[in-house]
Design a protein around this ligand. Structure first.
Ligand code: SF4
Length: 205
């Protein structure tokens, strides 16, 4: 299971079901957000010229990262592949200071000051993967999302976080054993922003 599957499940259970059972992941992999984030990671890690919007975001990321590492011995990694058991994902940035690691995700759009459930579970999953990767040898107390509009969301982890993650993984496995997808979301505004909409609405169930 990928970390993204957990976020999709929170966004819309039907979306995750269609993604996994009908192999629609590619639709999302080509989304504007995915391309923008990949370009940003490349901009931060190479000397290639990047466009104005990406460069501006990369500058914001560097400035936020500097605030977190100021005065501490630190290491910063970008685009890190993580895996533990059946769960895997690629986190955009890891900020490693003495004994503490902050996983960071980059995102294009921020439409709320609140941390959405999909964002929370996504960052808990990255935190779990980081803590279960022996070479990092550190604890995660907080995870962050840096947005291109230069806002930041912070997710605080507690003793219940990984229990929530385990419960969610079990729910997803049960959903994928179902013979039909869940019904169309009642929240039609989600559908308007969904890359699966045409396929989803064309199904007879
Ligand atoms: S179109 Fe709506 S119901 Fe269908 S997968 Fe997307 S969000 Fe879910």
């Amino acid at each position: 299971m990928k970390v993204k599957d957990l976020a999709d499940y929170s966004y819309c259970k039907r979306k995750l079901y269609l993604s996994k059972r009908f192999g629609l992941e590619l639709l999302d992999n080509h989304s504007e957000n995915v391309k923008f984030v990949n370009d940003t990671v490349e901009c931060l890690t190479s000397s290639l010229n990047c466009n104005f919007k990406v460069k501006k975001f990369a500058g914001f990321i560097e400035s936020e990262t500097n605030k977190l590492v100021e005065g501490k011995k630190s290491k910063v990694l970008f685009g890190v592949n993580l895996k533990s058991g059946a769960l895997s994902g690629r986190v955009d940035e890891l900020i490693i200071t003495d004994g503490e690691i902050v996983p960071v995700k980059f995102k294009l759009g921020n439409n709320s000051k609140n941390v959405w459930d999909s964002e929370k579970i996504e960052m808990i999953a990255y935190s779990y993967l980081v803590q279960n990767t022996r070479r990092f040898n550190g604890r995660v107390k907080t995870a962050k999302i840096f947005y291109a509009d230069e806002t930041v969301k912070t997710i605080h982890l507690n003793e219940l976080s990984f229990k929530l993650l385990n419960a969610r993984i079990k729910e997803i496995n049960a959903l994928l054993d179902e013979s039909k997808p869940p019904r169309i979301s009642r929240n039609r505004s989600k559908c308007e922003a969904c890359s699966f909409k045409d396929f989803c609405y064309s199904l007879p169930y």
